[in-house]
Design a protein around this ligand. Sequence first.
Ligand SMILES: [Zn+2]
Length: 198
Amino acid sequence: MGGALLVMVLIVAAVNVPFALTRMLPTSGAFPPATVFLDGPEAAEKGWPSSTPHDVAWSDPEDWQLTPSFGFRRYWVSAPPLQEGKNGFVMDVQHLGWPLPAIEVKQMWWDWGNPQLSGPESNPAPTLVPLGVVVNPILVGVPLWGGCFLLPCGLMVLRRAMRARRGHCVWCGFDASELAVCPECGRAGSGMMGPTHT
Ligand SMILES: [Zn+2]
């Protein structure tokens, strides 16, 4: 059973990241329209959907949009600039994978002229999200294992218990009440105790 669990988790682990990649949309393509729109204090409360790259904190978001679908969440979030008249902040993030994101694709824009905001250029290459890479195989693999192995075992135990209760052979279901050995399958067992009274 433990081996089956490990195999199930490993299978899901092998599928986890490739599946997440299939959910990725090209950043140049037309995205499905956002279905969640927040602005003002609600947007500020949500905050940035991923880490910001500078020591200085980015302004609070004032526009926060989300496009969710199965294994796919795209956030488009913007905030006003630190200095008036300059470029504000924009973060465009895809979180891919299920149930947790295993891949992140993040594109960011800010006021490149501000020395406080100097740093590495935004890199839109897909990156692994460690939490999703590690946890998704467990979140999916354990219930799958339960459904494929534990459930049939449970049903078998239940069926044997019902046969024993009726006084039937627990192995084959033959009506072998009061007999020490089943005449149908020739097996004796703990279930051969005759009908129990309810
Ligand atoms: Zn039998």
